[in-house]
Design a binder for this molecule. Structure first.
Ligand code: 5GP
Ligand code: MG
Length: 178
């Protein structure tokens, strides 16, 4: 599996450092609040596990599953809600945990959904921010790393369901998907 990667962008130590940095900032920013951490499946599950352990606050944890990529390497405009949250978000301060923000369409979809259900606030902590890919005007509040416009896998991010278990984020060799 490691042989399919052309370049490691962020290793385990760097990711841990990012989780620590964001966790500290989130702890500060939400002082006195009890945010609802909303993890976006499947890509953000490792990031979620690492970040929530760095947040020194009472938090609720929920999962939501949306689909946008349909297994390919470029974003799709159609976003579907696959598995909904199990609790009421009305009045809650929601912190979305995402693996990567690319076009921004998934995030826009989620923000609209949560606000339409009466969420009090919605912020986003993303492991990766692919700013060049943006198609809608939306910004992540907390960013682990900026990433250039290349298809990355690992640490939760997949290609056709694989590579999520790589402990680092890397670039997939082009020959794998071309
Ligand atoms: P957006 O709606 O912002 O275009 O896309 C967000 C979703 O697309 C991410 O949550 C992720 O699942 C997927 N995605 C975007 N860029 C990449 C990438 O480089 N690699 C992988 N594996 N998934 C990506
Ligand atoms: Mg995702």
């Amino acid at each position: 599996m490691n042989n399919d990667i052309s370049e490691v962008l962020f290793n385990e130590a760097q990711i841990e450092e990012a989780a620590n940095r964001l966790g500290k900032q989130i702890t500060k920013d939400y002082e006195g609040q009890k945010p609802l951490v909303l993890s976006v499946l499947k890509g953000a599950y490792l990031w979620t596990a690492d970040v929530i352990r760095k947040i020194d606050l009472y938090v609720d944890l929920e999962f939501i599953k949306i689909s946008s990529y349909h297994g390919g390497v470029s974003s799709s405009n159609e976003i579907a809600l696959v598995t909904d949250v199990q609790s009421d978000v009305k009045g809650r301060d929601i912190l979305i945990l995402e693996d990567i923000v690319d076009t921004g369409q998934s995030l826009q979809f989620l923000e609209d959904l949560l606000l339409s259900r009466g969420a009090n606030s919605v912020r986003v902590a993303t492991l990766l921010d692919k700013k060049e890919g943006r198609k809608v005007d939306i910004k992540a509040d907390y960013v682990g790393f900026d990433v250039r416009n290349e298809f990355v896998v690992g640490y939760g991010l997949d290609y056709k369901g694989l590579y999520r278990n790589l402990p680092y984020v890397g670039i997939l060799k082009q020959e794998i998907y071309s």
